[in-house]
Design a protein around this ligand. Structure first.
Ligand code: FES
Length: 272
């Protein structure tokens, strides 16, 4: 069992939860993820690690209520426990000094990109972070991102924070202004697709971190499989980061909706 140590609410449906997981906190690296089972009857859901504190033995996750299991997790209070956490999973991010890297984070994808941009900055890169959300409350962890970025550009759909516009507007401004060696995008699949296409248009190598459905997270069930560069790859062990130019985005969108009906049935069954 893993105890919840602290909990903050970022917006109506987004929560930041710090949970005890000493072994994972000591061994995880940027880009790793975990799979959480809230209780014995819950599905196994992958979450990114926003922060790991090896001394305290805790992990910080940012969770958006989208389905039954994430809602159950967000309903827990400080002192409650989750049934189990498996990790660290996935292949860690490839970190090197590329030069100038644009890190584009959308919504809770900002929490996922935070450890990676931190590692990129520590490796000597010039890090320009472009953070985006529909509204101000959905642009999270700005101070954490600022600490490890040379510049932070904020974009909101409604203009309530930073500049008005989608993430690609901010990314393109940087690309047109200066030489960019690499683009990394993490957020909703549609945001990653268009950021990747934009980088491709300018001939810039780009990576995305895919958030497919997962079950075991160790390459055995096949739930996370996708076609990348014409080959079947497992997001849980071969990823979650891939060259965005090679992702079959149509397949990605189709697979994301696989359990839509079951998800809405589970939500309806839980209604009072
Ligand atoms: Fe089962 Fe990747 S989650 S193979």
């Amino acid at each position: 069992m893993n105890k919840i140590i602290s909990k903050k609410q970022f917006s109506e449906k987004v929560f930041c939860i710090e949970v005890e997981a000493p072994l994972i906190a000591r061994s995880c690296r940027a880009g790793n993820f975990i799979i959480v089972r809230v209780d014995k009857n819950s599905e196994r859901v992958p979450y990114t690690i926003a922060k790991a504190d090896p001394e305290k033995g805790t992990l910080t996750m940012v969770i958006q209520e989208v389905g039954r299991s994430s809602t159950k997790l967000c309903d827990l209070k400080v002192g409650d426990e989750v049934a189990d956490i498996v990790g660290p999973l996935g292949t860690p991010s490839h970190i090197e000094n590329y030069g100038t890297v644009v890190c584009a984070g959308g919504g809770i994808g900002i929490a996922a990109i935070l450890p990676i941009l931190t590692a990129l900055k520590k490796a000597g890169n010039r890090v320009i972070s472009v953070l985006a959300g529909r509204t101000k409350e959905l642009v999270i962890m700005v101070d954490d991102v600022k600490e490890y970025s040379d510049e932070v550009i904020i974009m909101t759909d409604d203009g309530s924070y930073g500049e008005k516009g989608v993430v690609t507007v901010g990314v393109e401004k940087v690309i047109q202004r200066e030489h960019v060696d690499k683009v990394l995008a993490i957020g909703p699949p549609v945001m990653m697709k268009f950021t990747s296409l934009l980088a491709k248009k300018y001939g810039i190598p780009n990576d995305v971190s895919l958030n497919t459905i997962m079950v075991d997270g160790t390459g055995m069930c096949g739930a996370c499989r996708l076609t990348i560069g014409g080959k079947t790859r497992f997001v849980c062990i071969d990823g979650p980061e891939f060259n965005g130019d090679q992702v079959d985005w149509d397949e990605m969108f189709k697979r994301m909706g696989t359990f839509k009906n079951e998800e809405s049935l589970a939500n309806r069954a839980a209604e009072p």
